[in-house]
Design a protein around this ligand. Structure first.
Ligand code: ZN
Length: 438
């Protein structure tokens, strides 16, 4: 009996240990230069003191406290951990396949538990890429995203901090076109299909009850032809805001964006086709835009992996990307706040976290200044997520999410591919530096 108690105490102690991902020690970082994400400029050399997973102080010189670990990043550009505001960690699609076949297969064959485990493997690649927070917007089966989020939070799994949506609130059919009506339930395993304003509010309460940090809706559910009514979206926004949760809308057409903006959502995802008057409405209402854009390299890679589904030559790329680039430039001109989000759910034959970063290169290709690109993935995204001054910034009282890259992102945005150091909440996950003193 006593042996058993001792065994139990051992189990409890080790599980407590597993649930303590925060480094309780003190670390002093010498940074060569530090990105001030609020003002989108690099500051000169700074020391950053990290204590119990939080940034304690930032100054030109900090004397190392007794027993502090010292990390020398003096040869690097130091950034706050990057934020990807639009991920689908529990879903991966082959460029050669179609959405319904692969989406339905994820629901009925892969299943939520295995999807969460696959998501855990993908989550690690985001952390390795310097992305320390993601907002995961559905396609996670029945709340598989909550399981992954909680496992990362309790330290069982390495990954970025997750802000998770649960199933997106959608018109009939979700995003699975071509399902026979007898099998509509398959879509309802992946989406929360909404039928009227009252049901829409109920959907919000369900998601929040099961752990949603944000509500994802589909103003239109492309490639299906449905649309939520403005009344349904208003009911969603009212209920979510009453529960202190934000709402973000998938909206690809001008009409879908206009209707969601009218209903008062907090963010718009995609907005591929959108008029200046609609962008102006978003600006007036303080709605963030998350342009899930592709860069040239991603288009060509998609083409080469699509087994003939989409054949693109390098000469055709500018024509294909002209529309999204033009609307990003118009959004910047109108003064919208852009938060970076990759929507990267395609199997590009590389780590998912690396593939996701190409979204940032797309903004640069469209003409966004490099440091504004970095700001979109730090300061702007932190505000979209309601975590301003906690993430996306190197400042006292923020989480110690710190990334070092080799080179100057202001001069070359592709330096973001040269991540040499990643700390999340005080714990070091990537450490490819030449000189570290303990
Ligand atoms: Zn998406």
């Amino acid at each position: 009996m006593r042996m058993r108690v001792a065994f139990l105490v051992g189990v409890i102690a080790s599980s407590l240990q597993a649930q303590t991902p925060i480094d309780t020690g003190v670390t002093l970082i010498h940074a060569g230069r530090v990105f001030d994400s609020e003002h989108a400029v690099f500051l000169s050399a700074r020391d950053i003191l990290v204590r119990r997973g939080m940034i304690d102080s930032v100054a030109e010189h900090i004397a190392p406290p007794a027993g502090a670990k010292v990390i020398d990043l003096s040869r690097y550009s130091v950034l706050p951990g990057l934020i990807d505001s639009h991920t689908h960690l529990l879903y991966l699609e082959s460029p050669s396949g179609d959405l319904t076949t692969q989406g339905a297969s994820a629901v009925i064959m892969e299943g939520t538990p295995l999807r969460a485990l696959h998501g855990a493997a993908r989550a690690r690649t985001f952390l390795a890429a310097g992305i320390t927070t993601v907002r995961d917007l559905g396609n996670s089966g029945r709340f598989g995203d909550m399981a992954l989020r909680d496992a990362i939070r309790d330290g069982s799994v390495d990954g970025p901090r997750m802000i998770a949506a649960g199933p997106g609130l959608s018109p009939e059919g979700g995003q699975f076109p071509g399902l026979q009506s007898g099998y509509r339930a398959i879509a309802e395993e992946e989406y929360r299909v909404v039928r009227g304003p009252q049901d829409a509010a109920l959907g919000v309460r369900e998601n929040v009850n099961y752990g949603a940090d944000v509500i994802k809706i589909y103003s239109n559910n492309t490639p299906n032809k449905g649309a939520l009514s403005v009344d349904e979206m208003r009911a969603i926004v009212d209920e979510a805001h009453r529960l202190h949760v934000k709402v973000t809308a998938h909206a690809t057409s001008d009409e879908a964006v206009w209707r969601a903006a009218t209903a008062g959502v907090d963010g718009i995802e995609h907005a591929y086709q959108v008029a200046d008057s609609t962008l102006t409405l978003m600006k007036q209402k303080g709605i963030f835009m998350v342009p899930t854009d592709l860069d040239s390299a991603t288009v060509l890679r998609y083409s080469s992996r699509s087994q003939g589904k989409l054949v693109v030559t390098p000469a055709q790329v500018p024509t294909i990307l002209n529309g999204q680039r033009d609307r990003l430039r118009r959004a910047m001109r109108i003064g919208l706040t852009i938060a970076a989000g990759s929507d990267n759910y395609l199997d590009m034959g590389m780590p998912q976290g690396e593939a996701a970063k190409h979204n940032l290169f797309a903004y640069a290709e469209a003409g966004m200044p490099n440091l504004s690109v970095v700001q979109s993935a730090t300061w702007n995204a932190s505000r979209l997520l309601g975590l301003e001054n906690r993430i996306g910034i190197v400042r006292p009282h923020a989480y110690a999410d710190i990334v070092a890259v080799e080179g100057d992102p202001g001069a070359d945005i592709h330096t973001l591919e040269r991540v040499r150091f990643v700390m999340k909440q005080g714990t070091v996950y990537v450490n490819n530096l030449s000189a570290i003193r303990e």
